[in-house]
Design a protein around this ligand. Structure first.
Ligand SMILES: Nc1nc2c(c(=O)[nH]1)N[C@H]1C(S)=C(S)[C@@H](COP(=O)(O)O)O[C@H]1N2
Ligand SMILES: [Mo]
Length: 223
């Protein structure tokens, strides 16, 4: 067979790629397509029932009266939300699985907070904002694409399983991006910065993968 016969026409393949991207982003969907139960655990992961604590060792204590979330960079409407303003944003509940690169996964975590999509509606990223840098109170940083940030089940969570998120797990508020390894889910979130250029964060400059898709086992940067 000639290679032409194997390849879809250019326009069809472009559309296919676009649709695949929408599927990944959950674009236009109200819920994600369920995976078969047998495929729920990504490759190389094992299931845990407890919830391990992982961080750089400094667990900052942030009083709610001192807490603020700054959302700025390449956006039309930068904001700084104090705790009351954050609570006044539309509240969402999401149930998702955690996949940590150290190989544990934990199913059915019940988060409450503000969906990233509602934060996007609030600040309105500019057309050339393609990346999001998360900055935390412990000076941790991590980077994701705008598309990954905008996933339907991504949330800035203040509550886990009906209780305020504990300090060790990133309270007052943390990001949760369930479809990426958990190091992308910044605890003690302080600032969400939209950028036109990517800027690798703490683990990303220390040998870890820039994207971190657990289904593709994107653990290390030389993968
Ligand atoms: N601010 C901050 N966020 C962070 C980290 C960190 O050190 N600081 N560690 C990351 C890593 S490597 C993991 S696995 C998860 C762990 O979250 P947990 O302690 O709630 O399980 O938080 C991520 N978010
Ligand atoms: Mo981690």
């Amino acid at each position: 067979m000639s290679s032409e016969e194997n390849e879809p026409p250019p326009e069809a393949s472009k559309l296919t790629r676009t649709k695949q991207r929408w599927a990944r982003e959950g674009r236009f969907l109200t819920g994600r397509t369920a995976r078969p139960e047998s495929e729920r655990l990504p490759p190389g992961q094992h299931l845990t029932r407890d919830w391990p604590v992982l961080d750089l060792g400094d667990q900052p204590a942030i009083d709610l009266k001192d807490w603020a979330l700054q959302i700025d960079g390449a956006v039309e409407n930068p904001v700084t939300l104090d705790w009351a303003a954050f609570q006044a944003e539309p509240q969402s509940a999401k149930i998702s699985d955690i996949h940590c690169v150290t190989s544990w996964s934990r199913y059915d975590n019940r988060w409450t907070g503000v969906a990233t999509r509602d934060l996007l509606d609030l600040v309105m990223p500019k057309a050339d904002a393609h990346f999001v840098i998360l900055h935390s109170y412990d000076r941790y940083t991590t980077n994701i694409t705008l598309e990954d940030f905008a996933a339907e089940d991504a949330i800035v969570a203040h509550t886990w399983d009906g209780k305020p998120l504990t300090r060790e797990h990133g309270g007052p508020a943390r990001l949760v991006v369930p479809h990426l390894y958990f190091w992308k889910s910044a605890k003690w979130l302080k600032r969400i910065e939209f950028t036109t250029r990517d800027a690798p964060g703490f683990w990303e400059v220390n040998g870890y993968h820039n994207r971190a898709d657990p289904w593709l086992e994107q653990r290390y940067s030389d993968d």
